[in-house]
Design a binder for this molecule. Structure first.
Ligand SMILES: [Zn+2]
Length: 251
């Protein structure tokens, strides 16, 4: 059967001689693997269609689920500037790998297609990559059923002033100081960072404007989101190593 889908390349790997298998996050058909014959050969008209982050229209044959075989395709938005910039590409790869690992095929519907599109567009437009990715991570945590509880204390359930709150990635939310014994390593959180976390929880990526965040708050958010991702999801992503290297050298 012939399918026509709009999708974003979230993974691309070599396969056999000159071929590639791409994984698409599509708007209406979930996550799909498509074999692109000859894509790695010089002069292939499909070479651009297998590049990571490419948004395109893909027409392929597929029988009974399984892997599709590309018939033709057309680029809608190449996201070339994301691929060409070391930092943007690192964050873009992380977003794609995260989505690929966390979401099952049937979960990746139009919501995720739009979130990933918005994420890549934000990176391309030069929005702060760390903030963009933290927001993306928040959406992933929510979708995976690990939305941090950022209002009332997660142990006693009481509403407390923000300056009395700590963050517990292990318990999955804010903890008041009188409940600290529930998780002694709970993290300190500035009011500024807490407000932004609440904003992330409520905001859709397609609505991300130019958020002006101080460098110290950005670092804090990065540390907090990393702790939540590691504790709650515990994934080991290849693209994370590279981001860690960038952090290490303060790039
Ligand atoms: Zn409490």
């Amino acid at each position: 059967m012939l399918y026509r889908v709009e999708g974003i390349v979230i993974r691309s790997m070599d396969y056999g001689e000159g071929n590639a298998i791409i994984t698409l996050c599509t708007e209406n058909a979930g996550k799909i693997g498509v074999l692109v014959r000859g894509a790695k050969k010089v002069k292939s008209r499909h070479a651009a269609l297998i590049q990571p982050f490419t948004l395109g229209q893909y027409v392929f044959f597929r029988n009974n689920g399984g892997l599709g075989t590309l018939n033709s395709g057309e680029i809608i938005h190449s996201h070339h500037p994301v691929r060409e910039d070391l930092i943007k590409a690192a964050y873009g790869s992380y977003a794609c790998e995260l989505l690929d690992r966390v979401l099952h095929d049937e979960e990746t519907g139009s919501f995720w297609f739009r979130q990933l599109s918005a994420c890549l567009n934000a990176l391309e437009e030069g929005k702060e990559p760390g903030v963009t990715i933290n927001l993306f991570e928040m959406k992933v945590l929510q979708a995976a059923g690990y939305a941090p509880q950022l209002g009332a204390c997660i142990a006693c359930g009481r509403e407390k002033p923000d300056d009395e709150l700590l963050l517990s990635p292990r318990l999955g939310g804010v903890l008041c100081r009188s409940c600290r014994h529930n998780d002694p390593p709970a993290m300190e959180v500035s009011m500024r960072a807490l407000k932004l976390l609440r904003l992330f929880a409520a905001l859709d990526l397609t609505r991300l404007g130019n958020v002006d965040v101080k460098a110290s708050t950005r670092d804090e958010l990065k540390k907090i989101m990393r702790a939540f991702m590691d504790t709650q999801l515990g994934l080991r992503l290849k693209s994370q190593n590279f981001l860690d290297q960038l952090d290490k050298y303060n790039i």
